[in-house]
Structures are given as structure tokens and as C-alpha cells.
Design a protein around this ligand. Structure first.
Ligand code: E4P
Length: 216
């Protein structure tokens, strides 16, 4: 499983990039609004750092408008992936963008049938939102497993991005359930690195080294 970062903040994106773990970035309109930046300029900044897929979401809701907006976003850089919501119009837009050789990420996926439809329309990626499913008492990680089984059974090569990730267990379970990618908020990257036994072990190594040097 690969790691994307779910952020439009340049410090967070550079931080993840410098760790050597970053294969891509996902953005969404809420993240852009929270950051309060010009979307096009920020995408230009992101693609100057990250060479993997950078998902940029359309705001239009009608297929023809989604297609036009998607073409404009894709023109920013070759590694822009057009993010399209899981609607009937979204599926039409995915088909049209694929015909132009443009990668798409179908977002707001909450069932395996939605994922199958997105894949058949030609989506490069599907993004099941696992945290938001957990919030309403369903199992987000089980959905990842269902989609992975369905795609394997039907020889579908659309990649599964585990999205709406809230904590490190989501990442571990998404990997076990067959997600190709997890798109992770920056705070979860910090959680993933930490383990109390790592800290304890490192403290002990350094203390023993110190003691040995004191004897000399
Ligand atoms: C994914 O592409 C979305 O941007 C994101 O993961 C949504 O997560 P949220 O449910 O925390 O808003």
C-alpha cells in the first residue's frame, strides 16, 4: 500500500515528502476553504514538489461542466488527477475525461456497488470514505475489503484509495483489507511513526552508551 497525504497545506506536504513516503496528494473543497488559498496557485505549488498523483476536485455538478472544469484542472500539470463525486453526472464526466486520457478519482464512495460503477465508467481511483462510514455506525474498513474482493473477482485495475482516515488503526486495517493507497491527514502520519516500545528502546540504548562512556 502506498501513502498519499490528504492536505493542501504546503508545510504538511513538504514534511511528508521529505520523509520519502509520499506517493501523492488528495485535496477537497473543504480543505481548500479551510486553508483559504487560491486553488490553482496552490495546485501549481503542490505539483512543483510532488511528482505523483495530485487529486483536484471539480465543483460543478453537471456532467458537461464537470468535464470542462476537469480539463482545466488537468491542464495545470500532467500529474493532476481530476476528482469527481460519485453521482450519475460524475460517472459521465469520468467517461469523457478518460476518453481524453485524463486520470480520475471518484470520491464520496460509500458502497462496493458505487465503487464498481465508478470503475466501469473508467475511474483510475475510487475513494471510499472509511471514517465517515464509522461515524454512522458502519465499518469503513470492511468496505475496503468488499471493494478489493469485488475488483479482484472481476479483474478490475482501478486503484482503491482509503480516504477519510482518522487514526493509525485505519491505516493498518486498510492495508490488510487490500487498499492500494491510504490518503492520510498529517496528524496521522505522526501517529503512525510512534510506538512506546520504540521510545523506551531508544532511551535504553542511549543510556547504556552514556554509562559506558562515563566508566572510561
Ligand atoms: C479524500 O480524498 C478526502 O479528501 C478526505 O479523506 C475526506 O476526509 P474527512 O472525512 O476527514 O473529511
Amino acid at each position: 500500500m502506498k501513502f498519499f497525504v490528504d492536505s493542501v497545506n504546503m508545510d504538511d506536504i513538504r514534511f511528508a515528502h521529505e520523509l520519502g513516503i509520499l506517493s501523492g496528494v488528495t485535496t477537497n473543497p473543504s480543505l481548500v476553504a479551510k486553508e483559504g488559498v487560491d486553488f490553482t496557485s496552490r495546485l501549481q505549488e503542490i505539483v512543483s514538489v510532488v511528482k505523483g498523483s495530485v487529486s483536484a476536485e471539480v465543483i460543478a455538478t453537471e456532467a458537461e461542466e464537470m468535464y470542462k472544469e476537469g480539463k482545466e484542472l488537468a491542464a495545470i500539470a500532467p500529474n493532476i488527477t481530476v476528482k469527481v463525486p460519485m453521482t450519475l453526472d460524475g460517472l459521465k464526466a469520468v467517461k469523457a475525461l478518460k476518453a481524453d486520457g485524463i486520470e480520475t478519482n471518484v470520491t464520496l464512495v460509500f458502497s462496493s456497488v458505487q465503487a464498481l460503477l465508478a470503475a466501469r465508467a473508467g475511474a483510475t481511483y475510487v475513494s471510499p470514505f472509511i471514517g465517515r462510514l464509522d461515524d454512522i455506525g458502519h465499518s469503513g474498513v470492511n468496505l475496503i475489503g468488499e471493494i478489493a474482493n469485488s475488483f479482484a473477482l472481476h479483474n478490475i485495475d482501478t486503484q482503491i484509495i482509503a480516504a477519510s482516515v482518522r487514526h493509525s488503526m485505519h491505516v493498518a486495517e486498510a492495508a490488510n483489507q487490500g487498499a492500494h493507497i491510504a490518503t492520510i491527514p498529517p496528524k496521522v502520519i505522526h501517529q503512525l511513526v510512534q510506538h512506546p516500545l520504540t521510545d523506551k528502546g531508544l532511551d535504553a540504548f542511549l543510556a547504556d552508551w552514556e554509562k559506558m562512556n562515563e566508566k572510561d
